[in-house]
Ligand binder design. Structure first.
Ligand SMILES: [Zn+2]
Length: 409
Protein backbone atom coordinates (compact mmCIF):
# COMPACT_ATOMS: atom_id res chain seq x y z
CA UNK A 1 0.00 0.00 0.00
CA UNK A 2 1.26 3.50 -0.74
CA UNK A 3 2.89 5.46 2.04
CA UNK A 4 0.59 8.10 3.45
CA UNK A 5 -2.58 6.40 2.33
CA UNK A 6 -2.71 3.55 4.80
CA UNK A 7 -6.00 3.27 6.53
CA UNK A 8 -6.93 1.06 9.40
CA UNK A 9 -9.85 -1.30 9.11
CA UNK A 10 -10.96 -4.58 7.71
CA UNK A 11 -10.93 -5.65 4.14
CA UNK A 12 -13.04 -8.69 3.50
CA UNK A 13 -11.52 -9.92 0.24
CA UNK A 14 -12.77 -13.31 1.39
CA UNK A 15 -15.81 -11.96 3.09
CA UNK A 16 -18.91 -9.96 2.40
CA UNK A 17 -18.51 -6.28 1.68
CA UNK A 18 -19.18 -3.83 4.53
CA UNK A 19 -22.81 -2.89 4.82
CA UNK A 20 -23.38 0.87 4.80
CA UNK A 21 -25.10 1.97 7.96
CA UNK A 22 -23.72 -0.85 10.06
CA UNK A 23 -20.33 0.81 10.19
CA UNK A 24 -20.99 3.67 12.52
CA UNK A 25 -17.24 4.19 12.75
CA UNK A 26 -16.61 5.23 9.18
CA UNK A 27 -16.54 8.98 9.50
CA UNK A 28 -13.43 10.97 8.74
CA UNK A 29 -10.29 9.67 10.45
CA UNK A 30 -11.72 6.28 11.29
CA UNK A 31 -11.56 2.92 9.47
CA UNK A 32 -12.50 2.72 5.84
CA UNK A 33 -12.58 -0.35 3.64
CA UNK A 34 -9.33 -0.92 1.77
CA UNK A 35 -9.88 -0.41 -1.98
CA UNK A 36 -10.18 -3.58 -4.06
CA UNK A 37 -6.95 -2.75 -5.92
CA UNK A 38 -5.00 -2.92 -2.66
CA UNK A 39 -6.47 -6.21 -1.58
CA UNK A 40 -4.43 -9.37 -1.35
CA UNK A 41 -6.43 -11.98 -3.26
CA UNK A 42 -7.90 -14.99 -1.58
CA UNK A 43 -8.37 -13.93 2.02
CA UNK A 44 -9.29 -10.97 4.10
CA UNK A 45 -7.01 -8.60 5.94
CA UNK A 46 -7.09 -6.44 9.01
CA UNK A 47 -5.27 -3.13 8.60
CA UNK A 48 -4.04 -1.60 11.85
CA UNK A 49 -1.82 1.31 12.82
CA UNK A 50 1.07 -1.12 13.19
CA UNK A 51 0.64 -3.24 10.11
CA UNK A 52 -1.59 -5.55 8.16
CA UNK A 53 -2.76 -8.97 9.34
CA UNK A 54 -3.68 -11.63 6.83
CA UNK A 55 -6.74 -13.46 8.13
CA UNK A 56 -7.42 -15.82 9.67
CA UNK A 57 -4.57 -15.21 12.12
CA UNK A 58 -3.37 -16.59 15.45
CA UNK A 59 -2.24 -14.11 18.12
CA UNK A 60 -0.33 -15.40 21.13
CA UNK A 61 -1.22 -14.02 24.54
CA UNK A 62 1.55 -11.77 25.86
CA UNK A 63 -0.60 -11.33 28.96
CA UNK A 64 1.94 -9.47 31.10
CA UNK A 65 3.77 -7.92 28.15
CA UNK A 66 5.65 -11.13 27.38
CA UNK A 67 4.94 -14.50 25.81
CA UNK A 68 6.60 -16.61 28.48
CA UNK A 69 10.19 -17.69 27.74
CA UNK A 70 10.48 -15.93 24.34
CA UNK A 71 11.05 -12.33 23.25
CA UNK A 72 9.48 -10.39 20.43
CA UNK A 73 12.34 -11.16 18.01
CA UNK A 74 11.56 -14.83 18.65
CA UNK A 75 7.88 -14.19 17.97
CA UNK A 76 8.69 -12.64 14.60
CA UNK A 77 10.91 -15.63 13.76
CA UNK A 78 7.91 -17.89 14.45
CA UNK A 79 5.71 -16.02 11.97
CA UNK A 80 3.73 -14.19 14.68
CA UNK A 81 2.38 -10.87 13.38
CA UNK A 82 0.32 -9.61 16.33
CA UNK A 83 -0.07 -10.22 20.05
CA UNK A 84 -2.73 -9.81 22.74
CA UNK A 85 -1.87 -8.12 26.03
CA UNK A 86 -3.92 -7.86 29.20
CA UNK A 87 -4.93 -4.40 30.33
CA UNK A 88 -5.83 -5.77 33.76
CA UNK A 89 -2.45 -7.45 34.42
CA UNK A 90 -0.37 -4.55 33.08
CA UNK A 91 -2.46 -2.13 35.15
CA UNK A 92 -1.28 -4.05 38.24
CA UNK A 93 2.36 -4.62 37.19
CA UNK A 94 4.28 -2.56 36.24
CA UNK A 95 1.38 -0.08 36.12
CA UNK A 96 0.24 2.03 33.20
CA UNK A 97 2.25 5.00 34.46
CA UNK A 98 5.46 3.06 33.82
CA UNK A 99 4.35 2.09 30.34
CA UNK A 100 3.45 5.68 29.51
CA UNK A 101 6.84 6.84 30.80
CA UNK A 102 8.69 4.52 28.41
CA UNK A 103 6.55 5.44 25.41
CA UNK A 104 3.84 2.78 25.35
CA UNK A 105 3.64 -0.96 25.15
CA UNK A 106 5.21 -1.30 21.68
CA UNK A 107 8.43 0.32 22.81
CA UNK A 108 8.31 -1.46 26.16
CA UNK A 109 8.13 -4.88 24.47
CA UNK A 110 10.29 -4.02 21.46
CA UNK A 111 7.41 -4.94 19.18
CA UNK A 112 6.48 -3.08 15.98
CA UNK A 113 3.46 -5.18 15.05
CA UNK A 114 -0.20 -4.86 15.97
CA UNK A 115 -1.15 -5.15 19.64
CA UNK A 116 -4.63 -6.13 20.79
CA UNK A 117 -5.39 -4.85 24.29
CA UNK A 118 -7.78 -7.10 26.15
CA UNK A 119 -10.20 -5.08 28.27
CA UNK A 120 -10.18 -6.96 31.58
CA UNK A 121 -13.44 -8.70 30.65
CA UNK A 122 -11.84 -12.13 30.75
CA UNK A 123 -10.66 -11.48 34.31
CA UNK A 124 -14.30 -10.78 35.22
CA UNK A 125 -14.75 -14.51 34.55
CA UNK A 126 -11.40 -15.95 35.59
CA UNK A 127 -11.18 -13.99 38.84
CA UNK A 128 -14.54 -12.59 39.98
CA UNK A 129 -17.02 -15.14 38.62
CA UNK A 130 -14.79 -18.09 39.52
CA UNK A 131 -14.11 -16.75 43.00
CA UNK A 132 -16.52 -14.08 44.32
CA UNK A 133 -14.08 -13.43 47.19
CA UNK A 134 -11.80 -11.77 44.64
CA UNK A 135 -14.28 -9.09 43.65
CA UNK A 136 -17.74 -8.20 42.50
CA UNK A 137 -19.78 -6.74 39.65
CA UNK A 138 -22.08 -3.77 39.58
CA UNK A 139 -23.81 -1.71 36.95
CA UNK A 140 -20.85 0.62 36.99
CA UNK A 141 -18.03 -1.87 36.48
CA UNK A 142 -15.93 -4.63 38.04
CA UNK A 143 -14.25 -4.43 41.44
CA UNK A 144 -11.15 -6.62 41.85
CA UNK A 145 -9.68 -7.51 45.26
CA UNK A 146 -6.75 -9.55 44.04
CA UNK A 147 -3.76 -7.69 45.36
CA UNK A 148 -1.83 -8.25 48.53
CA UNK A 149 -3.39 -6.34 51.41
CA UNK A 150 -6.84 -6.57 49.80
CA UNK A 151 -6.43 -3.36 47.82
CA UNK A 152 -9.39 -2.76 45.53
CA UNK A 153 -9.10 -1.99 41.84
CA UNK A 154 -12.15 -0.79 39.97
CA UNK A 155 -12.40 -1.29 36.26
CA UNK A 156 -15.21 0.67 34.68
CA UNK A 157 -15.84 0.72 30.92
CA UNK A 158 -14.42 4.27 30.81
CA UNK A 159 -11.30 3.34 32.76
CA UNK A 160 -10.67 0.23 30.68
CA UNK A 161 -10.70 2.26 27.45
CA UNK A 162 -8.57 5.04 28.94
CA UNK A 163 -5.99 2.46 30.02
CA UNK A 164 -6.01 0.85 26.58
CA UNK A 165 -5.28 4.24 25.00
CA UNK A 166 -2.46 4.80 27.49
CA UNK A 167 -1.00 1.38 26.69
CA UNK A 168 -1.13 2.23 22.99
CA UNK A 169 -3.36 -0.60 21.77
CA UNK A 170 -4.03 -0.94 18.05
CA UNK A 171 -7.16 -3.02 18.54
CA UNK A 172 -9.04 -2.25 21.76
CA UNK A 173 -11.77 -4.34 23.34
CA UNK A 174 -14.90 -3.18 25.13
CA UNK A 175 -15.14 -4.24 28.76
CA UNK A 176 -17.63 -7.11 28.94
CA UNK A 177 -19.06 -9.52 31.49
CA UNK A 178 -17.77 -12.95 30.48
CA UNK A 179 -19.67 -16.09 31.61
CA UNK A 180 -19.47 -19.85 31.41
CA UNK A 181 -22.27 -21.61 29.47
CA UNK A 182 -23.45 -23.56 32.53
CA UNK A 183 -24.30 -20.44 34.54
CA UNK A 184 -28.05 -19.91 35.22
CA UNK A 185 -30.28 -18.04 32.81
CA UNK A 186 -30.64 -15.03 35.12
CA UNK A 187 -26.86 -14.62 35.23
CA UNK A 188 -26.61 -14.89 31.45
CA UNK A 189 -29.31 -12.24 31.07
CA UNK A 190 -27.57 -9.92 33.51
CA UNK A 191 -24.27 -10.47 31.68
CA UNK A 192 -25.81 -9.51 28.35
CA UNK A 193 -27.45 -6.39 29.80
CA UNK A 194 -24.15 -5.32 31.39
CA UNK A 195 -22.16 -6.12 28.27
CA UNK A 196 -24.42 -3.98 26.08
CA UNK A 197 -24.51 -1.05 28.53
CA UNK A 198 -20.73 -1.20 29.03
CA UNK A 199 -20.13 -1.41 25.26
CA UNK A 200 -22.20 1.74 24.74
CA UNK A 201 -20.12 3.56 27.35
CA UNK A 202 -16.86 2.18 25.85
CA UNK A 203 -17.93 3.43 22.41
CA UNK A 204 -18.60 6.92 23.78
CA UNK A 205 -15.31 7.30 25.65
CA UNK A 206 -13.37 5.71 22.78
CA UNK A 207 -14.83 8.19 20.28
CA UNK A 208 -14.06 11.10 22.58
CA UNK A 209 -10.46 10.05 23.21
CA UNK A 210 -9.87 9.14 19.55
CA UNK A 211 -11.08 12.58 18.46
CA UNK A 212 -8.67 14.39 20.79
CA UNK A 213 -5.57 13.78 18.69
CA UNK A 214 -4.38 13.59 15.11
CA UNK A 215 -3.53 9.95 14.41
CA UNK A 216 -1.59 10.61 11.22
CA UNK A 217 -1.48 8.31 8.20
CA UNK A 218 -1.79 5.13 10.27
CA UNK A 219 -5.30 6.10 11.30
CA UNK A 220 -6.84 5.66 14.70
CA UNK A 221 -7.01 2.42 16.70
CA UNK A 222 -9.91 0.02 16.26
CA UNK A 223 -12.59 -0.89 18.78
CA UNK A 224 -14.13 -4.35 19.03
CA UNK A 225 -17.17 -5.39 21.08
CA UNK A 226 -17.80 -8.84 22.54
CA UNK A 227 -21.01 -10.82 22.19
CA UNK A 228 -22.15 -12.66 25.32
CA UNK A 229 -25.23 -14.79 26.00
CA UNK A 230 -23.86 -18.14 27.12
CA UNK A 231 -25.49 -21.05 25.33
CA UNK A 232 -28.80 -19.22 24.86
CA UNK A 233 -29.59 -18.41 21.23
CA UNK A 234 -32.11 -15.67 22.06
CA UNK A 235 -29.63 -13.89 24.33
CA UNK A 236 -26.87 -14.16 21.72
CA UNK A 237 -29.23 -12.62 19.16
CA UNK A 238 -30.21 -9.80 21.49
CA UNK A 239 -26.60 -9.04 22.40
CA UNK A 240 -25.32 -9.15 18.81
CA UNK A 241 -28.21 -7.00 17.57
CA UNK A 242 -27.67 -4.31 20.20
CA UNK A 243 -23.90 -4.22 19.63
CA UNK A 244 -24.33 -4.02 15.85
CA UNK A 245 -26.73 -1.16 16.36
CA UNK A 246 -24.08 0.73 18.35
CA UNK A 247 -21.50 -0.16 15.67
CA UNK A 248 -17.94 -1.44 16.12
CA UNK A 249 -14.90 -2.18 13.96
CA UNK A 250 -15.00 -5.88 14.83
CA UNK A 251 -16.80 -8.37 17.05
CA UNK A 252 -15.63 -11.01 19.47
CA UNK A 253 -17.07 -14.30 20.59
CA UNK A 254 -17.63 -13.87 24.32
CA UNK A 255 -17.95 -16.51 27.00
CA UNK A 256 -16.24 -19.80 27.62
CA UNK A 257 -16.24 -21.58 24.22
CA UNK A 258 -16.41 -25.20 25.46
CA UNK A 259 -18.77 -27.07 27.77
CA UNK A 260 -17.90 -28.74 31.06
CA UNK A 261 -16.62 -31.81 29.19
CA UNK A 262 -14.38 -29.68 26.98
CA UNK A 263 -16.53 -29.98 23.84
CA UNK A 264 -16.75 -26.97 21.56
CA UNK A 265 -20.18 -25.28 21.72
CA UNK A 266 -20.37 -25.55 17.95
CA UNK A 267 -24.00 -24.55 17.48
CA UNK A 268 -23.67 -21.42 19.64
CA UNK A 269 -20.35 -20.49 18.05
CA UNK A 270 -21.76 -20.81 14.54
CA UNK A 271 -24.84 -18.79 15.48
CA UNK A 272 -22.65 -16.07 17.03
CA UNK A 273 -20.44 -15.89 13.93
CA UNK A 274 -23.54 -15.61 11.74
CA UNK A 275 -24.92 -12.81 13.94
CA UNK A 276 -21.80 -10.67 13.57
CA UNK A 277 -22.33 -7.86 11.05
CA UNK A 278 -20.93 -8.62 7.61
CA UNK A 279 -17.64 -7.08 6.60
CA UNK A 280 -16.14 -6.96 10.08
CA UNK A 281 -13.48 -9.26 11.58
CA UNK A 282 -14.73 -11.99 13.89
CA UNK A 283 -12.54 -12.77 16.88
CA UNK A 284 -12.93 -16.23 18.45
CA UNK A 285 -11.58 -15.18 21.84
CA UNK A 286 -9.94 -17.99 23.76
CA UNK A 287 -10.55 -20.75 21.20
CA UNK A 288 -7.32 -22.71 21.25
CA UNK A 289 -7.14 -26.41 20.42
CA UNK A 290 -5.95 -26.87 16.83
CA UNK A 291 -9.09 -28.78 15.77
CA UNK A 292 -11.25 -26.05 17.37
CA UNK A 293 -9.33 -23.31 15.56
CA UNK A 294 -9.98 -25.15 12.29
CA UNK A 295 -13.68 -25.61 13.12
CA UNK A 296 -14.10 -21.93 13.99
CA UNK A 297 -12.16 -20.72 10.95
CA UNK A 298 -14.58 -22.77 8.85
CA UNK A 299 -17.48 -21.06 10.66
CA UNK A 300 -16.08 -17.69 9.55
CA UNK A 301 -13.94 -16.59 12.49
CA UNK A 302 -10.83 -14.58 11.57
CA UNK A 303 -8.81 -14.07 14.76
CA UNK A 304 -7.67 -16.50 17.45
CA UNK A 305 -5.79 -16.10 20.71
CA UNK A 306 -4.98 -18.76 23.25
CA UNK A 307 -2.28 -19.64 25.76
CA UNK A 308 -2.58 -23.35 25.00
CA UNK A 309 0.39 -23.84 22.61
CA UNK A 310 2.85 -21.98 24.83
CA UNK A 311 1.59 -23.60 28.03
CA UNK A 312 1.74 -27.04 26.40
CA UNK A 313 5.31 -26.31 25.29
CA UNK A 314 6.35 -25.65 28.88
CA UNK A 315 4.71 -28.95 29.82
CA UNK A 316 6.75 -30.87 27.21
CA UNK A 317 3.81 -31.33 24.84
CA UNK A 318 4.96 -30.77 21.26
CA UNK A 319 2.61 -30.39 18.28
CA UNK A 320 3.39 -32.12 15.02
CA UNK A 321 1.55 -32.07 11.68
CA UNK A 322 1.12 -35.59 10.30
CA UNK A 323 1.35 -34.35 6.70
CA UNK A 324 3.09 -31.66 4.68
CA UNK A 325 -0.10 -31.19 2.67
CA UNK A 326 -1.87 -27.94 3.72
CA UNK A 327 -5.33 -29.38 3.04
CA UNK A 328 -4.68 -32.11 5.62
CA UNK A 329 -5.75 -29.65 8.35
CA UNK A 330 -9.33 -30.13 7.17
CA UNK A 331 -9.16 -33.85 8.07
CA UNK A 332 -9.61 -35.44 11.49
CA UNK A 333 -6.38 -36.28 13.31
CA UNK A 334 -4.21 -33.91 11.26
CA UNK A 335 -1.70 -33.53 14.09
CA UNK A 336 -0.21 -35.48 16.96
CA UNK A 337 1.46 -34.69 20.28
CA UNK A 338 5.02 -35.68 21.04
CA UNK A 339 5.53 -36.06 24.79
CA UNK A 340 9.15 -35.18 24.38
CA UNK A 341 10.35 -36.50 27.72
CA UNK A 342 9.20 -40.04 26.85
CA UNK A 343 12.05 -42.54 26.58
CA UNK A 344 11.43 -43.09 22.86
CA UNK A 345 12.98 -39.68 22.15
CA UNK A 346 16.15 -40.26 24.18
CA UNK A 347 18.27 -40.96 21.11
CA UNK A 348 15.93 -39.77 18.33
CA UNK A 349 18.09 -37.70 15.97
CA UNK A 350 15.18 -36.32 13.90
CA UNK A 351 13.86 -32.76 14.27
CA UNK A 352 10.64 -32.33 16.27
CA UNK A 353 8.73 -32.17 13.01
CA UNK A 354 9.65 -32.93 9.40
CA UNK A 355 7.19 -30.19 8.37
CA UNK A 356 8.49 -27.29 10.46
CA UNK A 357 11.05 -24.59 9.78
CA UNK A 358 11.19 -23.18 13.31
CA UNK A 359 14.53 -22.26 14.91
CA UNK A 360 14.39 -25.44 17.01
CA UNK A 361 13.68 -27.80 14.11
CA UNK A 362 16.34 -26.17 11.93
CA UNK A 363 19.13 -26.84 14.42
CA UNK A 364 18.21 -29.41 17.01
CA UNK A 365 16.98 -32.98 17.38
CA UNK A 366 14.26 -34.57 19.49
CA UNK A 367 17.08 -36.14 21.51
CA UNK A 368 18.52 -32.71 22.33
CA UNK A 369 15.17 -31.25 23.46
CA UNK A 370 14.55 -34.42 25.50
CA UNK A 371 17.93 -33.91 27.13
CA UNK A 372 17.30 -30.23 27.89
CA UNK A 373 14.01 -31.08 29.60
CA UNK A 374 15.67 -34.00 31.44
CA UNK A 375 18.36 -31.78 32.95
CA UNK A 376 15.89 -28.94 33.60
CA UNK A 377 17.60 -26.34 31.44
CA UNK A 378 15.42 -23.26 30.72
CA UNK A 379 16.45 -23.44 27.06
CA UNK A 380 14.06 -26.41 26.75
CA UNK A 381 11.10 -24.12 27.47
CA UNK A 382 12.19 -21.57 24.90
CA UNK A 383 12.84 -24.08 22.10
CA UNK A 384 9.57 -25.94 22.72
CA UNK A 385 7.68 -22.63 22.75
CA UNK A 386 9.28 -21.53 19.47
CA UNK A 387 8.19 -24.79 17.89
CA UNK A 388 4.59 -24.78 19.15
CA UNK A 389 4.09 -21.13 18.18
CA UNK A 390 5.37 -21.93 14.69
CA UNK A 391 2.94 -24.86 14.51
CA UNK A 392 0.08 -22.41 15.16
CA UNK A 393 1.23 -19.78 12.67
CA UNK A 394 1.70 -22.60 10.13
CA UNK A 395 -1.78 -23.92 10.94
CA UNK A 396 -3.32 -20.53 10.16
CA UNK A 397 -1.20 -20.18 6.99
CA UNK A 398 -2.51 -23.57 5.87
CA UNK A 399 -6.08 -22.45 6.58
CA UNK A 400 -5.54 -19.27 4.55
CA UNK A 401 -4.30 -21.47 1.70
CA UNK A 402 -7.11 -24.00 1.71
CA UNK A 403 -10.27 -22.32 2.98
CA UNK A 404 -12.67 -21.42 0.20
CA UNK A 405 -13.47 -17.75 -0.34
CA UNK A 406 -16.55 -16.63 1.52
CA UNK A 407 -19.58 -15.75 -0.50
CA UNK A 408 -19.90 -12.03 -1.15
CA UNK A 409 -22.90 -10.18 0.19
ZN1 LIG B 1 9.67 -26.75 14.79
Amino acid sequence: MRAGTRRTGYHGARGPKPVPGLRRGTAEGVPQPVPEADAAPGWSRLVTRHGVLDLPAYLPDATRGVVRTVDTADLAACGVRAVVISTYHLMLTPGVRVLRAVGGVHRFMGWDGPVVTDSGGFQVLSLIRENPGLGGLSRDGAVFRTEAGGRRRILTPEKSIQLQFQLGGDVMMCLDDCTRPEEPAAEQRASVERTIAWARRCRAVFDRLASERDWGPGGRPLLFAVIQGGDDAALRRACAGALAEIGFDGYGLGGWPVDERGRLLAETLQLTADLMPAGHPRFALGVGKPENVVACARMGYDLFDCTLPTRDARHRRIYNFRSAEPASVLEDGFYEYLHILDDVYLSDGRPLSAHCGCPCCRRYSRAYLHHLFAVGDPLALRLATLHNLTFYTDLLARLRAVLPPRASA
